[in-house]
Design a protein around this ligand. Structure first.
Ligand code: NAD
Length: 371
């Protein structure tokens, strides 16, 4: 089996799908590995750290005869149309958009595994790249908030007076939000958090945060949130606005899978905030949790800074790549038996993670959308 690893081409992407430590562990699977020169550079891994691999200068040489392609970002439309026929590609595949890419994957009879579709069951935790990357993202967003704030996060007692700890509000207490809470707490801030899923209350409290009770719960299927009714949204917004108005920094991480990010902070709420307050909107790329967010920019409104960072895990590219590469390695483990590729469609993880196979879109919601 030949495994190929390209240098990521998406703008701003620093991660790589295979790191030297994970490469070593592939020995046991009996695979040949081919890597595009410089693939790991932006993540801090030089070519000479990848021992025993074959090098390719261009993507074309890399893909020729490859059986499995490991990626971070989905292939471009053009690239998808050139992948080796019948090959396997695994990585983030954005199944909710990019229909031309998906059509090209079908044309080339590529079996694509989308990490966004990995079922969130205990057995698949080691493959759950959404979680591994969200975790890093939550950490970075808390740091970004501390960095952009003109105030300090910790309480300081000094000869020059006492500094009061910052008040941080985290909205959305999933994987990213919980890490943002933990990080802001470690920096010494007073942290309040909110999520529509009431089950998160206990998790927030276990990290030393205070849960904001809006009286609205929206527990959805599979541990995800459902969309709220208009009345619920208004009630939630008013209680949240009161807490946001008092905050020095707000980190928002609210998401609904496959849907635009819920708008939780409107312009009027931003205008109630203190000058110098900061919002870091982790949902910027899917439309933002704040009405004023612009993806990839820091916007200022009435003295409040609203940051909309893009591709946050890429900011911690070394560790993000390490964790991501382990996720892929664990998926490879399920597909390779005795040195042969073996796709067991009775395995829930394999069946549900597969986006395209033998010319068909296997993921039902994507197929229905594209029809
Ligand atoms: P996500 O990135 O899809 O969403 C982030 C958070 O936003 C979620 O907690 C969601 O409830 C929240 N949210 C949505 N709408 C909101 C709104 N209007 N207001 C406030 N918050 C809102 O979710 P995620 O972090 O990837 O995962 C969510 C949860 O799924 C995890 O916390 C965990 O409990 C569960 N999970 C389970 C497994 C597993 O069992 N293997 C793996 C990963 C996650």
């Amino acid at each position: 089996i030949t495994i190929a690893v390209p240098k990521e081409t998406a703008s701003g992407e620093r991660r790589v799908a295979l790191v030297p430590s994970v490469l070593k562990s592939l020995d046991k699977l009996g695979v040949d590995v081919r890597i595009q020169r410089g693939a790991g550079e932006a993540a801090g891994f030089t070519d000479d750290q990848y021992e025993g691999v074959t090098w390719a200068d261009k993507a074309n040489d890399l893909y020729d005869g490859a059986d499995v392609i490991l990626r971070v970002q989905p292939p471009s439309v053009e690239e998808a149309g050139k992948l080796p026929e019948g090959s396997i590609v695994m990585g983030f595949m954005t199944p909710h958009e990019g229909d031309s890419r998906i059509r090209n994957l079908c044309k080339r009879k590529v079996t694509s595994f989308a990490l966004e579709l990995v079922p969130r069951i205990t057995r698949a935790q080691g493959i759950d790249a959404l979680s591994s990357q969200a975790n890093l993202g939550g950490y970075k967003c808390a740091l970004l908030a501390a960095h952009l704030s003109p105030k300090l996060f910790p309480m300081l007692t000094t000869a020059a007076g006492t500094v009061r700890p910052a008040r941080v509000v985290v909205i959305g207490a999933g994987v990213a939000g919980l890490q943002a809470i933990a990080t802001a707490k470690r920096l010494g801030a007073i942290v309040e958090a909110y999520d529509v899923r009431s089950a998160t209350k206990e998790q927030v409290e276990s990290l030393g945060g205070k849960f904001i009770d809006t009286g609205v719960s929206a527990e959805g299927e599979g541990g995800y949130a459902r969309e709220l009714t208009d009345e619920e949204k208004a009630k939630q917004a008013e209680v949240l606005a009161q807490h946001i108005a008092q905050a020095d920094a707000v980190v928002t991480t609210a998401a609904i899978p496959g849907r635009p990010a819920p708008k939780l902070i409107d312009k009027a709420t931003v205008e109630r905030m203190k000058p110098g307050a900061v919002i870091v909107d982790m949902a910027a790329e899917t439309g933002g949790n704040c009405e004023l967010t612009e993806a990839g920019k820091d916007v200022e409104h009435g003295g409040v800074i609203i940051a909309g960072p893009k591709n946050i895990p890429s900011m911690a590219a070394t560790h993000a790549s390490e964790m991501y590469a382990r996720n892929l390695r664990n998926l490879l483990d399920l597909l390779i038996k005795d040195g042969e590729l073996h796709l067991d469609w009775d395995d829930q993880v394999i069946a549900e993670s597969c986006l395209t196979h033998e010319g068909d879109v296997r993921h039902a919601p994507t197929r229905e959308r594209m029809e």
